[in-house]
Design a protein around this ligand. Structure first.
Ligand code: OAD
Length: 243
């Protein structure tokens, strides 16, 4: 057993209600770039030119070209040991919820079932006219921007800066964070709201919170345990101790 994963001090009950909050770091070892940090996407690209409603209104082709590239990157990767360990928790516990900020679809591909996608999915498009959802667009896209049968352009069904999160998803995430016994926060810089407030809500409600991240984040001072390292290396051991 890795001493970094010794949970004895936390007095975690048997078959605990676990909520996991993931960010881009959980997919880093699969080869999906994170947003912040040394090689993060926001180092090379400007969010306001690519991930806002205004950017899409100004230049839908540019925005879609970027998302088409990211869809290809994500489609070319596979879930790693961290995604698989989280799916194991989903199967092994009576009460479990995964709340992810990621749009890459890797949790579902690893077999997780109870998933709340706070920021949407890069593999789903939404019509800007009639609101129809489309999960069947080819990778790579055949036409940019892709068009709906109703004649309006489709947009990526992701949450952009300046937009609200899907209400039902957020309500489920908040409810789980208030009710769980244990929350794991995996690979998130914890700077983007409202996701960043979820661990603090759990802590206030009496849950134990464990952060898994090679770096410290703004929530590190508030968590019960910070396991410093890569998600794919730490989570399999951690999950074995919880189950
Ligand atoms: P970030 O890119 O902000 O943060 C990734 C975090 O993962 C950092 O804290 C890294 O230290 C950590 N990390 C890197 N490699 C890791 C590994 N192998 N194992 C564990 N952790 C690792 O990603 P998010 O917090 O997900 O929003 O970003 C939140 C939101 O900001 C995203 O959903 C996206 C972005 O703008 C939207 O697009 C709406």
């Amino acid at each position: 057993m890795s001493p970094r994963c010794d949970l004895s001090g936390l007095e975690i009950c048997r078959d605990p209600y676990v909520t996991v909050l993931t960010g881009a770091g959980v997919s880093a070892e699969s080869g999906v770039p994170t947003f912040r940090g040394e090689n993060g996407l926001w180092k090379s690209y400007r969010a306001e030119e690519l991930a806002t409603p205004g950017a899409f209104a100004r230049d839908p082709v540019l925005v879609w070209e970027w998302y088409d590239w990211r869809r290809q990157v994500c489609a070319g990767t596979n879930p790693n040991a961290a995604h698989h360990a989280i799916a194991q928790l989903d199967r092994g516990l009576s009460r479990f919820l995964l709340v992810t900020q990621n749009v890459d679809g890797l949790h579902a591909r690893a077999g997780s079932k109870s998933i709340v996608e706070l920021h949407g999915s890069i593999f789903r498009a939404r019509c800007t006219g009639c609101g129809r959802l489309d999960e069947d667009l080819p990778v790579p896209l055949e036409a940019i921007p892709p068009m709906c049968d109703c004649g309006a352009p489709l947009r990526p069904d992701v949450v952009w800066f300046g937009e609200g999160l899907p209400e039902e998803a957020l309500a489920k995430a908040f409810e789980a964070s208030r009710s769980c016994d244990l929350m794991l926060v995996v690979g998130s810089s914890a700077v983007v709201q409202p996701a960043a407030s979820i661990p603090l809500l759990a802590k206030q409600a009496g849950s134990s919170v464990i952060e898994i991240n090679p770096d410290a984040t703004p929530i590190t001072p508030f968590v019960d345990m910070h396991l410093e390292g890569k998600a794919a290396e730490i989570l399999p051991t951690l999950v074995n101790q919880i189950l």
